[in-house]
Design a protein around this ligand. Sequence first.
Ligand code: SF4
Length: 263
Amino acid sequence: MNAAFNDDIGWLEELDRISHNFEYSNPQEILRWALETYGDKLTMATAFGAEGCIIIDMLAKLRDQTGLVPDLFNLETGYQFQETLDLRERLIEKYNLPIRFVGAKETVAQMEANFGGPIYGSDPNTCCHIRKVVPLKDALGGFSAWITAIRRDQTPERKAAPIVGPDVKFPHLVKVNPLANWSKDQVWDYVRAHDVPTNVLHEQGFPSIGCWPCTRPVALGEDDRAGRWAGTDKRECGLHIGEDGKMTRISKPVEKVAAPVHF
Ligand code: SF4
């Protein structure tokens, strides 16, 4: 199975079957399958959330077992926190995995000059489009599949995310969400058990970290993404949703299979 499968319905059904079979699998099994299936056509974009960091830890261990290394990149919007940039360096040093930067053609200074100032406050959708969506689209051009760190319990929009599915934004791609079924507690248990480097801002009240102009700490009782684009109805940067505002092209509801299938 690959992204060149030319029967769209058959391809969707095949991805749906694979995704359901993985409902009881651990993330390492899902990642190993993705590495063995897509090889050098597999990539991962990370903003170094705790979820992304544990996937990097898992990929480094799989690299040691299989010799397979996926492409890894960070969308450097020019508005990332210094703490996030520092974390990238710490991860590269610990795991000896290259994590390249991908960015917009215009620098922040050039874009702000074009618009007469920053637009993250007045028009965050355009800002995200220029600094995230367009560079991501360019970066994903040569790949067949990408890994994301989405969890279903992060937002209502993410609840229907399959473990493996067609990407709604980039139709040539398969999206692999190895942590779709994991909880926040499972993520942090893994961080502690494996001594995974994470962003120091998590200890300062930032459970979800994006660009500094659009991220604030959250208060007790708020949901983890409440600090992202706070005060607006924006919930996603546009990387994971299609034109219809949905995150999946699979019409069937996400549900557990009757019996686990091991890969
Ligand atoms: S998160 Fe904010 S600063 Fe970053 S690209 Fe989007 S609107 Fe711009």
